[in-house]
Design a binder for this molecule. Structure first.
Ligand code: UTP
Length: 474
């Protein structure tokens, strides 16, 4: 018997090979190769911990308190310290110490777009894809600081080839291809409610990406950390593929990370309302943690600080982090007590029945396991949380319609462009929400943040004029 089949049988997972005899020799090799990817010891541990427990088991709230954060000068923060942080970040960029990192391995099921999410056309006027927006911000920042910036992009098995092909076809959006690095994240098998690894078809396992937390071990495994070491890069600016508003290279954020000697820094936004569906930055037993909205009791979410009149648990996480290379390496190496936990999600998982016929379940029939990158925070030395404004950093495209949709994101981009323009006297008409009345788009190659925009504006020979489609600055 093949040693892989033997190990699965010994682990009580022999069902994976129920239809082995019906497969062609190539099909058999493929299934063996997939099975070889599975860490049976890890699955067994998850079965004992996450699967055996009911999904309703609550999280530990003992000793929980809101995490402190560095407020913006606008909200009482120390303006001189912010200036100093910005200078430190600019120096790190000029020294070539910073790389950009996009996690783009998600399945994007809510958006329902056919293709890698990063290829989704997102800008209001020219419909640039998400990847192009980031590429141009990174290109422009590299020019500004006199050092091209390396960009790591984490894909999944499912979207890797399509992502690479998209970049090739679009000539890497003007970036030097030698500075753009793609690597696949790991996969985890789905299991039934009694812990059996599931098949998707008779010849393949039900595998899915291991969550954005899988990025830490994938960065190591792919050689990205070695490349960073060779290139003298020790700081990674982490952001998600669905958020074109992000300042993916933000000198103040990078600088706060450097000045405070933090190993992992994060941006918070003040929650818009008590029940907003974001993770909450908290402290617990001396560690910084993120507690998901689904795990924080509604009463705590709504608690008001009498001194300020604001929500006590105000700091919402928007998945923006700066990480130190050596910290990622330590997390990836794991070892006693150092590992990101897995989270359990009960899902409808396409599978096969006992006769090998396809089954499309109507209700959850199995469990997926994912790691979350913010679970690294408790392991980081001197973790730091700084405030940012939603309008400057966060408008994700998650859903096809309604909140966090392409429409809300286009509107938020236009509000940002209009703010930059009107700060320089463009006199653009806007509605009560700040949205310009005509379509507006500013290319990141013109200006990708307030500073770069201001510089480009000063160099304009004459004020821009709107065309029939709207106002475009590129
Ligand atoms: P989301 O939580 O929005 O998940 O990912 P998703 O899979 O993209 O979308 P839905 O839930 O199916 O609609 C947040 C970010 O984390 C990345 C995504 O690509 C996105 O940038 N991510 C998520 C990964 O890179 N890998 C994963 O396994 C999960």
């Amino acid at each position: 018997m093949h040693p892989i089949i033997d190990s699965f049988q010994k682990a009580g997972q022999g069902q994976v090979f129920s239809f082995f005899d019906q497969l062609t020799p190539e099909g058999q090799s493929r299934l063996i190769a997939e099975a070889a990817e599975i860490d049976l010891v890890e699955v067994e541990r998850l079965n004992r911990t996450l699967v055996a427990k009911s999904a309703a088991v609550g999280v530990d709230l003992d000793g929980l308190a809101p995490a402190p954060y560095e407020p913006l000068p606008l909200h009482g923060g120390n303006a001189a310290a912010w200036q100093e942080a910005k200078r430190a970040g600019e120096a790190a960029l000029r020294a070539g110490r910073v790389a950009a990192f996009t996690v783009a391995g998600g399945q994007g099921t809510r958006l329902g777009f056919d293709g890698p999410k990063g290829t989704f056309p997102v800008t209001p006027l020219t419909r640039k894809p998400l990847f192009q927006v980031f590429a141009e911000k990174i290109l422009a920042a590299g020019r500004r600081y006199g050092r091209p910036i390396h960009w790591f992009i984490m894909t999944s098995h499912q979207n890797h080839a399509a992502t690479e092909a998209f970049f090739l076809e679009r000539r890497h959006f003007g970036l030097d291809a030698a500075y753009v690095h793609f690597f696949r994240q790991g996969r985890m098998p789905a299991v039934t409610f009694d812990g059996k690894i599931m098949l998707e078809t008779i010849g393949s396992l039900a595998l899915s990406p291991d969550g954005h937390g899988g990025s830490l071990r994938a960065l190591e495994r792919s050689g990205a950390l070695d490349l960073m070491t060779r290139e003298g890069i020790d700081i990674l600016s982490y952001f998600q593929v669905d958020n074109p508003l992000v300042r993916c290279i933000d000198p103040a954020f990078i600088g706060w990370h450097v000045v405070s000697g933090s190993e992992m820094s994060s941006k918070m936004i003040p929650k818009a309302y008590a029940g907003e569906k974001v993770g909450h930055f908290c402290t617990q037993r001396g560690k910084t943690v993120v507690v998901e909205y689904s795990d924080l009791p509604a009463a705590l979410q709504a608690e008001v600080d009498p001194a300020t009149g604001q929500l006590r648990y105000l700091a919402g996480s928007i998945a923006l982090h700066v990480l130190s290379r050596d910290f990622i390496r330590r997390m990836a190496a794991g070892g006693e007590g150092v590992a990101l936990p897995f989270h359990r999600a009960d899902k409808k998982i396409p599978t096969v029945d006992a006769a090998g016929r396809p089954v499309k379940p109507e209700k959850p029939n199995g469990i997926k396991f994912e790691m979350f990158v913010f679970d690294a925070l408790p392991y980081a030395a001197r973790p730091l949380v700084i405030e940012t404004l939603r309008a400057d950093d966060f408008s994700p495209v998650k859903n096809a319609e309604g909140v966090d949709s392409p429409q809300t994101c286009r509107d938020d981009q236009m509000r940002q462009f209009a703010r930059w323009l009107n700060a320089h006297g463009a006199g653009l008409a806007v509605d009560a929400t700040g949205r310009p009345v005509i379509p507006v788009e500013v290319s990141p190659l013109f200006g990708y943040d307030e500073d770069s925009f201001a510089d480009a504006w000063r160099r304009l020979p004459a004020p821009p004029v709107a065309g029939p489609a709207g106002l475009l600055l590129d």
